[in-house]
Design a protein around this ligand. Structure first.
Ligand code: AGP
Length: 613
């Protein structure tokens, strides 16, 4: 989720790169850097000043040499390594003649780094990226040019990447390659540009070529050559972009929320990357708590706010089922002011997309005062919570701009379920085969999410039929209950409609008095051990005149038969189902808000991060 920009041609590459970086900044990156090929060799500057990094770079660039026709730049959203200037890209090889920028995750960087160090390389950063610079260096030492050296180096690399590199000895060349992470080339008469995102190019050109997976591009002034990573020639297919800058930042989506909903398969896949050793054991490297202290925990206490709290509720079911550890979940602002029972054998888990929510920060401090070990699940590397915690497990959803949590929420559930499986592994509460099977099921989620996303038109049709309704109940049982709460929260915050989330069995203890013709009941009724009971709960509200919408597993005709509208989803292991079932409810809230004419990215009265009590 980093930003890349490159330029080679007759114009000032530094100016183009800095302008491109400024256009990418809207995502809120943590650091930025630039490398130029000058008459003296590679010139590089980096800055880690959060969102003012590019402005800092502009100041630093005043000392850049005058002639600079080729350059690459990068804005970083940290995944491996802290957001420091030393970890900011571009990274250099040992000779200092090669500079490289990267977006993505090099999955096998640990083993590559160990091998490189054994062969005498000096690695200076904590990033997964730097290994690639040194791998290319070895190929260049062996006599290859930059393009062939990159092609050869990538044979050793596993993971997702878009990469761009320059070398002093080929001063007008930028080489680039992609697998999974995006990369586009911009064409002009006398210069050729490269970027991870179209907005970075828009000040210069609207003629673009999108690279496909496993392609390598060679950019020289006014020329572009594309080959596959195997070396086969690829035809260059150019298109003209007619987006304005705002549309381009949203990559053609009408708003950030729809873009972020569509990014969920990636968010989940990236959060799962790199977590399993070849022998199948779970490796959560960023969890700095020893296996011993995790094994000794006799209780888990998860604390969070809003959507993060709903992710925590899902995790409770998984942790208790898989590890048999008693698990409490609390809202951070409540936890702080009561007398929670926890001690040095408690594992306190703070869940926060931003890592800056003040109630959760204070709750974690409170937990530490009680002697608990603190683990944080956060999307922002080096956030306040991450810095204070004993251990941190990052979701890798990338920056989330829309106020409503979507991709970070599903990534949180995945991360917390990984923690649950790690605890189960350490405690021996699940047989290894079962852990492998569950990890295998987690790996199927990105594909299932893609299939679920394809069904947005069907949700839109249901939203169209519900437009005008004012009162909504969301029902669920077991893990379906937090899904119901999250569905209701999305609807409230985006559509300003009254929406309550309830456990299906609880309604008859009071709230059922509110059901009348015109009330909409959205039942999370995917197959699980309580499906039959859920059907009875649906019957209770149907007989009182409610309009029934069900989220149902593909092929479950019995559930569909009781509903007025069905939102079908692919079936998955019930404890993983909240990740899939969230999607139609996100679409529903989104569409109802849009039908009412509301701004889904900036709902009224809300802030993305709540840093006040
Ligand atoms: C959900 O859509 C909201 N944006 C909100 O409930 C959010 O989840 C909550 O404020 C917690 O934020 P955090 O994850 O950054 O701590």
């Amino acid at each position: 989720m980093c930003g890349i920009i490159g330029a080679t041609g007759d114009h000032d590459a530094l100016e183009i790169v800095l302008e491109g970086l400024a256009r990418l900044e809207y995502r809120g990156y943590d650091s930025a850097g630039v490398a130029l090929i000058t008459e003296e060799g590679i010139w590089r500057e980096r800055s880690a000043h959060g969102t003012t990094s590019v402005a800092e770079l502009v100041k630093l660039a005043e000392s850049a040499p005058a002639v600079r026709r080729t350059g690459i730049g990068h804005t970083r959203w940290a995944t491996h390594g802290h957001p420091t200037a030393g970890n900011a890209h571009p990274h250099l090889d040992c000779t200092g003649h090669l500079a490289l920028v990267h977006n993505g995750i090099i999955e096998n960087h640990t083993e590559l780094a160990a091998a490189l160090v054994a062969r005498g390389h000096v690695l200076t950063s904590e990033t997964d990226t730097e290994v690639v610079a040194h791998l290319i260096e070895e190929e260049i030492d062996g006599g290859l040019g930059l393009a062939e050296a990159l092609r050869a180096a990538l044979k050793a690399v596993r993971g997702a990447f878009s990469l761009a590199a320059v070398h002093r000895d080929e001063p007008t060349l930028i080489v680039a390659a992609r697998r999974v992470s995006p990369l586009v080339v911009g064409l002009c008469e006398d210069e050729t540009l490269l970027a991870s995102d179209i907005p970075a190019l828009l000040g210069r050109t609207r003629r673009v070529v999108t690279l496909d997976d496993d392609q390598l591009a060679e950019l020289t002034p006014g020329h572009l050559r594309i080959t596959t990573l195997d070396g086969d020639e690829v035809a260059v297919v150019e298109r003209t972009v007619d987006w304005d800058l705002e549309a381009a930042e949203k990559e053609g989506y009408p708003d950030f929320m729809s873009k972020e909903i569509r990014e969920q398969p990636h968010a989940v896949a990236d959060t799962l990357l790199d977590r399993q050793a070849p022998d199948g054991t779970l490796v959560l490297d960023e969890v700095r708590l020893s296996d011993q202290s995790l094994r000794e925990a006799d209780k888990v206490f998860i604390v969070a706010c809003g959507s993060s709290y709903h992710a925590a509720m899902v995790a409770k079911y998984a942790i208790e089922r898989w590890t048999r550890l008693p698990t409490e979940v609390d809202i951070a602002s409540e936890f702080r002011y009561r007398d929670p029972v926890l001690d040095e054998r408690t594992l306190a888990v703070g869940v926060s997309q931003s890592g800056e929510t003040v109630d959760t920060i204070q709750a974690m401090r409170e937990a530490r005062r009680w002697g608990a070990k603190v683990l944080v699940v956060s999307n922002v590397v080096d956030s306040s919570m991450a810095r204070e915690a004993d251990g941190v497990l990052y979701t890798r959803a990338g920056p989330e701009v829309g106020v409503a949590a979507t991709k970070t929420y599903v990534a949180q559930i995945v991360a917390l379920e990984l923690v649950a499986l790690k605890l189960a592994q350490l405690r021996g509460t699940l047989p290894p085969e079962e852990i492998s099977a569950l990890l295998g099921q987690l790996q199927t989620l990105p594909g299932l999410l893609e299939r679920t996303l394809e069904r947005s038109d069907a949700v839109d049709a249901v939203a169209g039929a519900l437009h005008g309704a004012r009162d909504f109940f969301f029902l669920g049982r077991n893990v379906g209950f937090p899904v119901a709460l999250e569905g209701a929260l999305k609807l409230k915050e985006l559509s300003y409609l009254r929406a309550e989330g309830y456990p299906g069995g609880e309604l008859k203890h009071g709230p059922i008095a509110l059901i009348e013709p015109g009330t909409v009941v959205v039942a999370v009724a995917t197959r699980n051990r309580l499906s039959e009971k859920m059907l009875s709960n649906i019957a209770e509200v149907k007989s009182r005149g409610a309009t029934i919408v069900v989220v149902a597993s593909d092929g479950d005709d019995a559930t569909a038969a009781v509903a007025d509208h069905v939102l079908w989803v692919p079936e998955v292991e019930p404890l993983l189902s909240p990740i899939i079932d969230a999607v139609p409810l996100q679409f529903l809230a989104y569409r109802l808000a849009r039908l009412a004419g509301y701004d889904v990215d900036r709902p009224r009265n809300l802030a993305k991060t709540v840093t006040v009590e």
